[in-house]
Design a protein around this ligand. Structure first.
Ligand code: PLP
Length: 399
């Protein structure tokens, strides 16, 4: 590397450290689970993973991946339309579509790619996309790409504000297609999109709706079918993107679920499909096993919600101020970034891994530690984590 570039990067990295925003990687030496082996720390309780259903270490899900490795080999070795589509892709795509309530689905190597491959593919200069201000970075980048590539229009509405969404819909009344994009569950706040209201506005203004359900697939709704099930509108959302890297086994991968025509169009035209390898068969098989496991074990979703309610309630009893909500994402607001990072470090010292977030990831003055509950946590795990919160909270005079 050229010395001048190296020097610039080192200077910026030093500044990240000074600003307290440098991310330290923690290495794990065991499967992702309620408790993991962390290098240099020993066993710690994980309260910061998206392994919501605790499926990543379930034997049948691991074995499904192993069997696919034997049957299909290490990888696709090409782009899907050239020579990379396997029967397991078709099988998992049908299972995912059935799960989220659409006609078809199409897998990608990540939900990031699924989002990135959406807007620029089917929108044009006559179209407009309207996005919630707290949408995930991959939606934001998808819209930026579409604006650069196909020159569509865009607007951003205030978080979950239906009055503002309606204004924005009126402002693009002349567009050929109006697309509303929202997260199903907003990952930093843990709140749920007002999906029924969004769909009502979409009907009124002849718009279509795309929901990124990455934090809701396997999580929300009585049987884990996501935000549409939670909101009582299963089968009514035009496009759902989601990840296989969270509740559905946690490996990696994502998908876009929609009508057969939309999925076929994306197969023909979306650039991450045309220029990047298919989802590895091992991952497709584990995800398929995860979907089947979820369908056979809806009690896992019930357990997840019971545990999240318990954890939230006990934090309030201790004097913490978690944001209200009914998802397993429980952000505890501390205000100051340094305090959130200090709390996260102290909790790790007590054997609990929970990440602190500060500005610019969250607004100034709203730094937080974000707890994520899993159905894999036992009562003992939850109580041990709560005891650590109590001890550290006292130490920092937060409670
Ligand atoms: C809402 C949302 N969308 C997309 C993604 C990206 O998912 P993936 O890891 O499959 O690329 C994430 C991951 O953090 C997310 O939270």
């Amino acid at each position: 590397m050229k010395a001048s570039v190296e020097q610039r990067l080192e200077t910026e990295l030093d500044q990240f450290r000074k600003d307290g925003v440098y991310k330290q990687l923690n290495y794990l030496d065991s499967p992702q689970d309620a408790r993991v082996q962390m290098e240099g720390r020993g066993e710690v309780i994980i309260l910061s993973s998206n392994n919501y259903l605790g499926l990543s270490a379930i034997p049948e899900i691991i074995q499904a991946g192993q069997a696919a490795l034997e049957r299909f080999g290490a990888g696709t070795a090409s782009v899907r339309f050239i020579c990379g589509t396997f029967t397991i892709h078709r099988e998992v795509e049908q299972a995912l579509a059935d799960l989220v309530g659409t006609e078809a689905s199409l897998t990608y190597v990540s939900c990031w790619n699924a989002n990135e491959g959406l807007c620029a593919t089917f929108l044009g200069p006559e179209d407009a996309v309207i996005s919630d201000e707290l949408n995930h970075a991959s939606i934001i980048d998808s819209i930026r790409l579409a604006k650069a590539i196909v020159k569509c229009r865009s607007a951003v509405y205030k978080h979950s504000n239906m009055t503002d969404l309606e204004e924005k819909l009126k402002s693009v009344a002349d567009a050929r297609t109006r697309l509303i994009m929202t997260d199903g569950v907003f990952s930093m706040e843990g709140d749920v999109a007002r999906l029924a209201d969004i769909l009502e506005l979409a009907r009124k203004y002849d718009a279509i709706v795309a929901v990124d359900d990455s934090h809701a697939t396997g999580v929300l709704g009585k049987t884990g079918r996501g935000t549409p099930e939670h909101a009582g509108v299963l089968g009514e959302v035009d496009i759902i993107t989601s990840t296989l890297g969270k509740a559905l086994g946690g490996a990696a991968g994502g998908f876009t679920a929609s009508s057969a025509a939309m999925c076929d169009y994306l197969t023909q035209r979306s650039r991450p499909q045309l220029f990047s390898n298919a989802l590895p068969c091992t991952v497709a098989a584990s995800a398929l096993a995860a979907v089947r496991y979820l369908r056979e074990h809806p009690e896992r979703v019930t357990r997840l919600h019971d545990s999240a309610r318990y954890f939230r309630h006990r934090l309030v009893e201790m004097g913490f101020k978690p944001l209200e909500g009914d998802t397993p994402i429980i952000p505890v607001i501390l205000g100051d970034t340094a305090k959130a990072i200090q709390m996260s470090n102290l909790l790790l010292g007590e054997g609990v891994f929970v990440t602190g977030f500060g500005y610019p990831v969250v607004p100034k003055g709203q730094a937080r530690v974000r707890c994520q509950i899993s159905a894999g946590h036992t009562q003992e795990d939850l109580d041990a984590a709560l005891e650590a919160f109590h001890k550290v909270g006292r130490q920092l005079r937060l409670i």
